[in-house]
Ligand binder design. Structure first.
Ligand code: BYC
Length: 336
């Protein structure tokens, strides 16, 4: 017998496992430690399953909700080429959502169940998508910064211990990389354009910088799931480590654009080779997570409306499937 602390939601109660489960748990952890994958039919502790259900479904919801801020600019893209590229990117995000729901379904809950959690407001999705897209430059800032942050967080997920999630992430990361480049290219065009265009790019950077840093999640000391997720090799780097990597990679890109970052405390530390940043306003992050960001209500309402307006399609598909199977059954009886 031995004791296993379950993940943070249940950290209040330690569970004592009977011997057979202890042996299974030891085998499970040995697979992870050996860098092998856990597959859907393998035994896994409930807490591992729940963590993945939570993280993968939140990730899927983020991809789907994330289509809205960019969708806002489809009808006003400045050229046909920009419109086609933006449309393709948004469609990629829909595809990412679908791969991720499929990966999440292998953990024993249906896509409908996950979507219900989103529609009822119970499930989280990335905080960043609760901010408005006010100008065309925001399409550049989202691609450059939001997709840039996403890549930094998601490349390590390609090595996540859960097979279906890790495999889904490989293709997603390839596409995110194209998204980041198209966003940066918009920023290059604007930053080297007219003074008004450069000002628009600067304004987008000013508005998105701090919310993008929050995308990486709370600071390590407040990240309640990190210890378990690290032990299970779902997470390979901590929230703060990834945030730092992102800042170090992004500052030179912003400087190349001739733009400034809205953080007076940003300084390069020669000794460590890292950029040091000012204090993140975690009260804003908490407000957005609690449903009180600038666009939370609008984002959820759009999903709820889409669900309601699509009901007739699902009803028709169900009626058609029922009619078909009834016809098949009738013709089978006639043939006998
Ligand atoms: N927003 O213990 P922690 C995209 C929550 S899509 C909202 O550190 P964990 C894209 C967290 O869920 C980008 N909630 O958690 C799409 C937890 O709450 P619960 C989405 C956040 O899981 C379209 C609590 O805070 N990427 O790139 O160890 C267009 C404590 O946090 C956030 C992913 O989903 C946040 N920012 O670490 C363009 C990547 N941060 O669940 C681009 C996969 C934290 O206990 N996810 N919370 O109620 C992850 O890597 C991890 O889940 C996180 C958080 C690093 C986000």
């Amino acid at each position: 017998m031995y004791t296993q602390a379950l993940n943070a939601d249940e950290s209040q109660r330690d569970q004592t496992l009977p011997a057979p489960d202890a042996a299974k748990l030891a085998r499970f952890q040995a697979v992870i430690d050996a860098e092998d994958k856990i597959e859907p039919n393998d035994w896994m502790p409930d807490a591992y399953r729940r963590t993945l259900q939570r993280q993968i479904s939140q990730h899927a919801h983020s991809e789907i909700i994330g289509m809205q801020p960019e969708g806002n600019w489809l009808t006003r893209a400045p050229s046909l080429k920009r419109k086609a590229t933006l449309l393709a990117k948004i469609q990629d995000e829909a595809g990412h959502g679908l791969y991720l729901y499929s990966a999440a379904e292998t953990l024993g809950l249906s896509r409908e169940a996950y979507c219900d959690q989103l529609l009822s407001g119970k499930a989280k999705y990335s905080s960043i998508f609760n901010y408005p897209t006010l100008t065309w430059a925001d399409m550049g800032a989202i691609g450059w910064l939001v997709d840039g942050a996403a890549i930094m967080n998601q490349i390590p997920l390609c090595r996540c211990s859960y097979g279906p999630y890790a495999r889904a992430m490989i293709r997603i990361c390839k596409e995110e990389s194209f998204h980041q480049r198209q966003g940066y290219e918009i920023m290059v065009t604007l930053a080297h354009g007219t003074p008004a265009q450069k000002a628009m790019a600067q304004d987008a950077l000013d508005r998105f910088w701090w919310p993008v840093l929050m995308m990486f999640g709370p600071s390590d000391k407040d990240s309640m799931h990190s210890a378990d997720s690290t032990k299970w090799k779902i997470k390979r780097f901590s929230n703060d480590e990834l945030r730092q990597k992102f800042i170090d990679a992004t500052i030179p890109q912003g400087r190349y654009l001739g733009l400034t970052f809205p953080d007076p405390d940003l300084t390069f530390n020669d000794a460590t080779g890292h950029w040091e940043h000012g204090v993140i306003d975690w009260s804003e992050f908490k407000r957005v997570l609690a449903g009180d960001g600038p666009c939370n209500r609008q984002r959820l309402k759009a999903r709820q409306t889409a669900e309601a307006e699509g009901a007739w399609v699902r009803d028709a598909a169900r009626a058609y499937a029922a009619k078909r199977s009834q016809r098949q059954a009738t013709s089978q009886v006639a043939a006998e």
